[in-house]
Design a binder for this molecule. Sequence first.
Ligand code: G3P
Length: 279
Amino acid sequence: MLAAKNDNRREVKNLYFAIGVKHGDLIGSFCFWISNCLCCIIIVITMIEAEGRDFRHMKIFMDTANTNEIAELADWGIVYGVTTNPSLIAKTGRQQEQVIAEICRLIEGPVSAEVISTDCPGMLIEARSLASIAPNVVVKLPCTVEGLKAVRLLKKENVRTNVTLVFSLTQALLAVEAGASYVSPFIGRLDDIGEDGMKIVEDMVTIFRNYGYKAQIIAASIRDLNHVHRAMLAGVDIATIPTKIIREMIGHKLTDAGLKKFLEDYEESLSKANAGHKI
Ligand code: G3P
């Protein structure tokens, strides 16, 4: 009797053990698949975020309102966008709306057009009018209290903004917090007053990465190739570059000399071959 009871208990124990193993397997494989799915989701989110920030390449914008130059360089296939400002528009001697409309026909990417008003209500009126020119217009506003107020309101209307005349890290932070899509630190003008303009840009990149800000940094007021090199090393999203410097980016005396020699060598061998043929 006692032996039968013990046998029963053993069987029940074995049964519980078997159920435990079975459930353990199920739980194990469930956890395995859930962790795999989570990993995939994290990878996809990271890729989407990286795409949004565009950290993988430095886009080249032309810093000009000269439509002939824009049309010429657009054919090179390296121009992603354009930035203008009231001084650059003034050089064309034409109406801003006309110039911006023409640039937007030449360039598919973002085209920054700046407001002239200095008060928020005036900026809003101008911004809406500029934004209505083409879908790729980005409204450029100065980094002032009125400018930031306008940035906040324009974001609610889904109008993209570029906060310009940024000379400090705190200005950049406030611009992003207000909702700017782009922030433009001016390198050359900081150099002009004895500061290292590029250092501010480098620090800005670090800060934006630290906090995962989505706004893109446009390295502006670029005056030479060294600025372009340092902008690339800093990892800015965009460098807006005057046409003259973009032309300098492609040139190198060794490229010219090398090409000349290649063609000379080829011509020489061709003449020799032709001479031999004649003999
Ligand atoms: O994008 C800003 C730029 O147009 C200003 O350049 O040389 O006048 O300081 P710069």
